[in-house]
Ligand binder design. Structure first.
Ligand code: GTP
Ligand code: MG
Length: 397
C-alpha cells in the first residue's frame, strides 16, 4: 500500500509525513521546501487478533500496544503542486510522475487559509481552501489526460472491436500511470460512450473518462491541516459542505510531530492517535506552554491530532481495505515460533484465494482449502474475507 501526500506548497505535507513516519525531513514556511520525494513508513491501527485468543503477538513488522496492532503503510511526500503544474509550472510534472504508483492520495490542505495557491504566506483566513481542493483534482486529471493524449495516436487509430480490445488499448496507453486493466474496465462502466470507437471520442468524452479513471485509480482524501489556527474551524465546515462526497479529516500535523518528539525524548507518554498525553519528565516553562497549547487547541477539540485518524480512515473507510491475519500451521504460531507475526491489508471483496496469492504465489497456485482459525470452519477459494479474519491456507507442497 502506497499513500501519496500531495497539495500546494507550504500546506504542511512534509510535516504530516514526518509526524506519521518520524522521518526527519526539511519543513519550512516557504514554497518548494521539498524537491525530491521522501519515502517512509507510517502505520494504521487494527484491533489485533491476539486479543480474541488471549495471547500476545510478535509482529514481524510494525508493533502492537495493548492489543492495538500498528500495521505499516508506505508514505510518499512529494513537492508542492501549483496551478499549471501539468504544463510545467512550479516544479512541473516531475513530482506528478513520482505519484504513479500511489494507491490513494492524501491531499494536505491548509485549512487555516494562511497560504495562497502558490504557498505564499497571506493573512490568516484570507485564502479559501475549497479552491485548493478543486485545483488539485483538476491538475491531476489534466496530467492524466496529457499522458492519454500523447499516446492516443498509437492505439486509437485502428478500429477496435469489442470491449476487451478497448480495455487493453486504453490500459497500454495509460501504462505509465500505473493503471490496471481492472481499473480501466471499472471506469468504462461509468461512462455512456464506452461502446463508441476510440477514434470517435470527443475531447469532452476523453476528459469524462479520465475523471472516472482518476476517481478509481487515484482517489483523493482530504487532511484539513493547521487546525490549531482559529480560521480552520469555519473552513472545515465549509469544506465538508462544499465536498460532501469526500472524506475530510481535520488535523494538526505540527502538533502530532511535537507530541511524538516529546514522547521520544521521554518527556511525555503519548500513543499516536490518543486524545491526550501524560507528563513523565521535567518540563521547562516553554515546553509546558507548548504542550498545554496543543492540549487546549488541538487534542480537546479534535479528540486527537487527526494524523493517525487520517491514515486509518484513508485505508479502512476511504479505500475500504480490510486487515487479515495469516494463521500458521500450528494454529496461531509460525514455523519460527512467532505468534500471529503478520497482518495484511487487503482490498475490498478479497477472497481466500486472493489471500493465498498474497502470502505466496505457490500457496495461490496450489491452493486446496482455507481454515477460519477463529471458528475452525473450512473455507473454499471464493470465500469473501472480512476485517480481522485469521486465515490458515492449506496448499499442496
Ligand atoms: N500552525 C500550523 N503550522 C503547520 C502545521 N503543519 C505544518 N505547519 C507549518 O507550515 C509550514 C510548511 O510546512 P511543510 O511541511 O514544509 O509544508 P510542505 O507542504 O511540505 O511544503 P513544500 O515542501 O514547500 O511543498 C511550516 O512552517 C510548518 O511549520 C500545523 O498543523 N499547524
Ligand atoms: Mg515539503
Amino acid at each position: 500500500m502506497l499513500i501519496g501526500i500531495v497539495g500546494k506548497p507550504s500546506s504542511g505535507k512534509s510535516t504530516f509525513f514526518s509526524a506519521a513516519t518520524l522521518v526527519d525531513v526539511a519543513r519550512a514556511a516557504y514554497p518548494f521546501t521539498t524537491i525530491e520525494p521522501n519515502r517512509g513508513m507510517g502505520f494504521v491501527r487494527v484491533e489485533c487478533a491476539d486479543k480474541d485468543f488471549n495471547v500476545q503477538c510478535n509482529p514481524r513488522s510494525g508493533f502492537c500496544m495493548n492489543h492495538i496492532r500498528f500495521v505499516p503503510v508506505e508514505l510518499l511526500d512529494v513537492a508542492g503542486l501549483v496551478p499549471g503544474a501539468h504544463e510545467g509550472k512550479g516544479l512541473g510534472n516531475k513530482f506528478l510522475d513520482d505519484l504513479r504508483q500511489a494507491d490513494v492520495l492524501i491531499h494536505v490542505v491548509d485549512a487555516s487559509g494562511s497560504t495562497n495557491e502558490k504557498g505564499e504566506q497571506v493573512e490568516s483566513g484570507s485564502h479559501d481552501p475549497c479552491m485548493d481542493v478543486r485545483f488539485l483534482e483538476e491538475e491531476l486529471e489534466l496530467w492524466m489526460l496529457g499522458i492519454l493524449e500523447n499516446n492516443w495516436g498509437k492505439f486509437a487509430r485502428n478500429p477496435l472491436v469489442g470491449k476487451s480490445q478497448t480495455i487493453e488499448a486504453l490500459s497500454k496507453g495509460l501504462s505509465g500511470l500505473g493503471v490496471t486493466q481492472t481499473q480501466v474496465d471499472a471506469a468504462l462502466s461509468k461512462i455512456t460512450f464506452a461502446d463508441k470507437k476510440l477514434n470517435d471520442w470527443t475531447p469532452e468524452e476523453k476528459r469524462t473518462f479520465v475523471h472516472q479513471l482518476r476517481l478509481i485509480s487515484k482517489p483523493i482524501v482530504i487532511a484539513a491541516n493547521k487546525c490549531d489556527l482559529s480560521p480552520s474551524k469555519g473552513n472545515v465546515e465549509k469544506l465538508k459542505k462544499e465536498f460532501p462526497h469526500l472524506l475530510i479529516v481535520p488535523c494538526a500535523a505540527e502538533a502530532e510531530l511535537t507530541l511524538k518528539k516529546a514522547a521520544k525524548a521521554g518527556l511525555i507518554e503519548y500513543v499516536q492517535g490518543d486524545a491526550d498525553f501524560t507528563v513523565k519528565g521535567t518540563l521547562n516553562e516553554a515546553q509546558t506552554h507548548a504542550l498545554e497549547y496543543i492540549r487546549e487547541k488541538v487534542l480537546k477539540p479534535l479528540n486527537g491530532t487527526g494524523v493517525q485518524s487520517m491514515l486509518d480512515q484513508t485505508v479502512f473507510y476511504g479505500l475500504k481495505y480490510i486487515a487479515v491475519f495469516p494463521g500458521g500451521t500450528k494454529g496461531l504460531i509460525d514455523s519460527q515460533g512467532r505468534v500471529i507475526p503478520d497482518c495484511f491489508l487487503m482490498p475490498p471483496h478479497s477472497t481466500t484465494l486472493d489471500f493465498a496469492f498474497r502470502l505466496h504465489t505457490d500457496f495461490g497456485k496450489n491452493f486446496i482449502k482455507a481454515i477460519d482459525v477463529k471458528t475452525r470452519m473450512l473455507l473454499g477459494k471464493d470465500h469473501a474475507l472480512k476485517n480481522r479474519d485469521v486465515i490458515e491456507i492449506v496448499a499442496n507442497k
